[in-house]
Design a protein around this ligand. Structure first.
Ligand code: AMP
Length: 216
């Protein structure tokens, strides 16, 4: 299964992708996670991407495309993947199609996680991320057992710099500019399914699994 999870920042793409990847036994490819790792390791890509990310702006398409192509060279993507955070605009959607064509693959399904703005702001401004394993928590909705510590690996939890309310609003503006044309791109190709992602994570996961599991 080659799946894209599409939706605004805060729709739960990361949380759902991780859980789905476990359910389906395919890798979770998050362009945001790969970029953050590069920033953390101060690679050349990380240095070029950091300022854009801190401001809630998109990293230039060429940089992200090159990074993703390298990821697609991994043998694990042969069994499928869940793509989270890419594409973010039409240019990236076209690039993705070309990249996959080169390796004789295609996208099976795009799931659009429809989420209301108040839910987005509440989720993102309270989000905590593990600095070690990238697991997500939430100050109110999903607090860690020990304050500031990851339940899974004991890593330190932090708030992403781009999860401050002002940057969240900037990220939403960037998102809104591009989303309508992206939705149309996949609708025309009959790949798009929509669902409401305002509910809690277990319910949304169940709905996605229903969509991606072939009916008998
Ligand atoms: P995310 O973790 O998906 O919310 O992404 C965090 C930040 O990484 C975004 O606000 C962008 O600055 C950058 N980013 C992630 N994916 C992309 C992408 N496909 N194109 C450009 N920038 C991206």
């Amino acid at each position: 299964m080659r799946l894209i999870l599409l939706g605004p920042p805060g729709a739960g793409k990361g949380t759902q992708s991780k859980r789905l990847a476990g359910e389906l036994g395919v890798p979770h490819i998050s362009t945001g996670d790969i970029l953050r790792q590069n920033v953390k390791e101060k690679t050349s890509l990380g240095k070029q991407a950091k300022d854009f990310m801190d401001q809630g702006l998109l990293v230039p398409d060429e940089l992200v495309a090159k990074m993703l192509m390298e990821r697609f060279a991994g043998t694990d993507v042969k069994k499928g993947f869940i793509l989270d955070g890419y594409p973010r605009n039409i240019n990236q959607a076209k690039t993705l199609d070309e990249m996959l064509k080169k390796i004789n693959l295609d996208i099976d399904l795009v799931v659009y996680l429809d989420t209301s703005e108040s839910v987005i702001i509440q989720r993102l401004t309270g989000r905590l991320v593990c600095s070690n394993c990238q697991a997500n928590f939430h100050i109110k909705n999903m607090p860690p057992k020990i304050k500031g510590i990851c339940d899974n690996c004991g890593g330190k939890l932090y708030q992403r710099t781009d999860d401050k309310e002002e940057t969240v609003r900037q990220r939403l503006e960037v998102y809104k500019k591009e989303v309508a044309s992206l939705i149309q791109y996949y609708e025309v190709r009959q790949k798009l399914s929509r669902l409401s992602a305002d509910e809690e994570a277990d319910i949304v996961l169940h709905k996605i699994i229903n969509l991606v599991t072939p009916k008998p």
